[in-house]
Design a protein around this ligand. Structure first.
Ligand code: HEM
Length: 496
């Protein structure tokens, strides 16, 4: 046999030996060996990556949880949790867990915003700067602008409903992107005015999907190298163009002399130019690149989530006619005019709040889990010790659809939030954390609730809503970080 053949055989043998010893170690010697889960997931990352590629993490994790219990080994070094306690232990303020850097990528400028920043001190600096735009006082000031956009949405809907059924999810997206853009940059995307989704937003959806695929590729270094070589320059150029729209908008906002308490109020106060670079060193302000990264994430985080929650809630209401009837009547009874519907007046309608919470449970905008790493030395999560370096997450969709956490978990029952029906007495309501919690929890939670209450109340005050046959199975969607929402076709009939 020639020497080359010998060497090849030797190399194959060495690779095989390495693989066998690696898999044996993962199966029999890893500290995670006693955690239940599929055999293949314990030895290889491939099943998890395939799930993400197919866009089915929500249903797959639910199936795994139903089969294996409250904690599942979903990859050799990764655990999925599905309990209320795990949310507190992983994300609570005192947990000491940090974001897993493999899942949090900076935008195309390479500079982290607060969502992706791993370092807690750097994150706190950024969050402090944006905080003035998210206080209770700021929300009161922002209400007038939000009411204006909600009324503009309803006028658009009234006009288009005359032509027949319409895709209400698209229109909700148009409104939330206009609101967020106005509160960030002082100018909207003009989606409602033009009656269509701005190309920037269309591209954003594609790029988020691409990010999921890149995340998968990153798990396999040899593949990452190959993809980087094959990636056409055009892809990168498009991504930079997309990002540059935010840079331009940030520039215009900071050059303006706006005194509004919007999302940029704190940044504008500190400045974001050369002076801010000095502030960064003094650990106060933000560099211009950081402002842009944060604005980029805020545009998406502040819009897509609220539109998704509203679309989902409306869908499930339509599928549960008695709930829709109860909510519509309570809104029309409580409010004599549309203008009496406000942030604070809607806060008094218990059934409305229960409907929104149930919508967030059954269709959480962030269906995934947010992966975290334990502090040095490891930490306890829901009664088990998690070693340093093991990635953990509590998964929203699967936890909320778990029959061990909720009675009739796959059904829409706002009553479970009212404490009026004994059959839901054992529901683990504190396990519903769609905004996450702790220092990395959602900065826009109060705003999101207010915006959702206002929009839903005004919409149902003015229109009767009926789901179209073609959208009966609208909830059968894939997840690529965000829900891959299809058109939500409804008939809207304006009240006499
Ligand atoms: C229904 C609506 C919303 C839901 C379900 C939601 C959910 C979440 C979740 C789960 C996180 C944590 C992500 C992680 O740990 O990786 C988060 C963070 C964040 N959200 Fe929201 N969000 C919503 C609305 C909003 C709004 C309206 C804004 C702003 C206008 C916003 C801005 C942010 C920001 C900036 C962060 C990062 C916070 C930080 O790291 O300090 N979100 N959100």
């Amino acid at each position: 046999m020639p020497l080359a053949t010998h060497l090849l055989a030797l190399a194959i043998f060495a690779i095989l030996l390495h693989r066998i010893s690696l898999y044996t170690h993962r199966l029999l010697l890893s500290p995670l060996r006693s955690i239940p889960g599929p055999l293949l997931s314990a030895t290889s990352r491939l099943p998890l990556q395939l799930t993400l590629f197919r866009g089915t993490p929500h249903t797959t994790f639910l199936a795994l949880h139903k089969h294996y219990g409250p904690i599942v080994r979903i990859a050799p070094n990764q655990l999925g949790f599905f309990t209320a306690q795990s949310f507190k232990d992983i994300y609570g303020s005192a947990s000491g867990f940090t974001k897993d850097p493999r899942f949090y990528n900076a935008p195309v400028n390479g500079v982290h915003g607060m969502v992706t920043e791993i370092n807690d001190k750097q994150h706190a600096r950024m969050r402090r700067v944006f905080a003035p735009g998210f206080t209770a006082k700021a929300l009161i000031e922002q209400e007038e602008l939000i009411v204006w956009y909600v009324d503009a949405l309803l006028d658009c809907l009234a006009q288009h409903a005359l032509d027949g059924p319409l895709d209400v999810a698209k229109w909700l997206n148009a409104m939330t992107f206009d609101i967020t853009s106005d509160l960030l940059f002082g100018e909207s995307f003009g989606c409602l005015a033009k009656g269509k989704i701005h190309p920037w937003i269309e591209y954003m959806f594609t790029s988020v999907k691409a990010l999921v695929y890149m995340g998968i590729v990153k798990q396999f270094p040899w593949l990452e190298c190959a993809v980087a070589k094959c990636m056409p320059g055009k892809v990168m150029w498009d991504a930079k163009q997309h990002y540059s729209v935010v840079e331009e908008k940030v520039g215009r906002r900071l050059r303006s002399d706006s005194k509004r308490t919007d999302f940029m109020a704190g940044v504008a106060r500190l400045g974001a130019g050369d002076e801010a670079e000095v502030n960064v060193r003094l650990e106060k302000g933000l560099s211009r690149a950081e402002v842009c990264s944060n604005a980029y994430f805020l545009t998406i985080a502040g819009s897509e989530t609220v539109a998704t929650a509203l679309s989902g809630t409306l869908y499930y209401l339509c599928k549960s006619p008695s709930c829709l009837h109860t909510l519509t009547s309570s809104i029309r009874t409580a409010f004599p005019t549309s203008s009496s519907i406000t942030f604070s007046s809607t806060n008094e309608i218990r059934y409305l709040k229960a409907v929104i919470n149930e919508g967030l449970r059954i269709y959480p905008p962030f269906a995934h889990g947010a992966p975290r790493l334990p502090p040095p030395g490891g930490a306890m999560v829901d009664g088990i010790f998690v070693h340093e370096g093991v990635s953990v997450a509590a998964y929203n969709y699967a936890t909320y659809h778990s029959p061990t956490n909720f009675y009739l978990a796959d059904e829409f029952h706002p009553e479970r939030w009212l404490g009026t029906d004994q059959c839901f007495a054992n529901d683990v309501l504190e396990g519903v954390q769609p905004f996450s919690l702790g220092t990395r929890g959602c900065i826009g939670k109060t705003l999101a609730y207010a915006e959702m209450r206002l929009t839903l109340a005004k919409l149902l005050w003015r229109f009767d809503v009926k789901l179209r046959k073609e959208s009966e199975a609208w909830d059968e969607q894939r997840v690529y970080y965000l829900w891959d929402k299809g058109a939500l076709m409804v008939d809207l009939i304006e009240r006499e």
